[in-house]
Write a protein that binds this ligand. Structure first.
Ligand code: ZN
Length: 201
C-alpha cells in the first residue's frame, strides 16, 4: 500500500511514541526541515539507546556517556538508522524537542516550525547511502504534506553550540536527490552548499 500521512504520522515509518513533545504555537506553518546526527554512545551504531533516550527509558548508569546527559528529555520527529530504516517518535503536527535555542533566517525557536530528522551517525564521520535515500524520500513526502521548502543542519540553526550533522554529511547528495524530484525549490544554507560544483557563486 502506498505510504500515507495520518494525523502527522508517516505510515512508512515504524512508530514509537515519545512523550517529549508539545503543541506547535497556533497558526504556525511547518516550514523547515532540521537535519541532525546522533549515536549513543557516540560512534556506536545499532543499539537501542537512541529509542530509549527519546522514550525516557534510557538507563543513565549503563554507560559513562549516558551520565553526561542524565535526565535529558528530548525527541525528534524521525530517526534514520544506518541501514536506512525510518522510525517516527512525534507526530509532525506536534512540536518535538530537537533544536533547542536556535534560529533560522532570523526566526527564533526552530522547534516551533520545523520537523527534526536525526541520522544515526557521528559528527565528522560519513553517512550511509541508504540514509541519504531514506532522507530524500522522507523530505519529498514531508513536502507533499507540509509547506516545507527549506532544510538546514542543527549546526546552521544553532551555530557555535551544535556541530551536527557535521562535515561528514554531504549536503550536495541531499540537494541532488531533491532536485531530481518534483516538489519545491528547496532552500539550503549557503555554508552547506559551499564547494558544491553544481552551484555557481
Ligand atoms: Zn542535533
Amino acid at each position: 500500500m502506498k505510504p500515507r500521512w495520518y494525523a502527522g504520522w508517516w505510515s512508512a515509518a515504524r512508530r514509537m511514541r515519545s512523550p517529549n513533545f508539545g503543541p506547535r504555537p497556533s497558526g504556525t506553518a511547518v516550514s523547515l526541515l532540521v537535519v541532525h546526527s546522533i549515536s549513543l554512545p557516540p560512534g556506536r551504531y545499532g543499539g537501542p539507546a537512541i529509542e530509549d533516550l527519546f522514550l525516557n527509558r534510557l538507563d543513565w548508569s549503563a554507560h559513562p556517556y549516558f551520565e553526561s546527559i542524565r535526565g535529558m528529555q528530548v525527541s525528534a520527529h524521525f530517526v534514520i538508522r544506518r541501514d536506512g530504516k525510518l522510525v517516527q517518535f512525534v507526530s509532525c503536527d506536534q512540536r518535538a524537542w530537537h533544536a533547542g535555542v536556535s534560529s533560522w533566517r532570523g526566526r527564533e525557536n526552530c522547534n516551533d516550525f520545523s520537523i527534526g530528522v536525526e541520522l544515526e551517525g557521528l559528527e565528522g564521520e560519513p553517512f550511509e547511502a541508504a540514509q541519504y535515500d531514506a532522507l530524500v524520500a522522507l523530505a519529498r513526502a514531508i513536502a507533499r504534506r507540509y509547506p516545507v521548502a527549506a532544510v538546514a543542519g542543527h549546526e546552521h540553526v544553532a551555530p557555535g553550540r551544535k556541530r551536527d550533522p557535521g562535515e561528514g554529511f554531504e549536503w550536495h547528495r541531499l540537494q541532488a536527490g531533491l532536485r531530481a524530484s518534483d516538489g519545491p525549490d528547496w532552500d539550503f544554507p549557503e555554508s552547506a552548499t559551499r564547494g558544491n560544483p553544481r552551484r555557481s557563486r
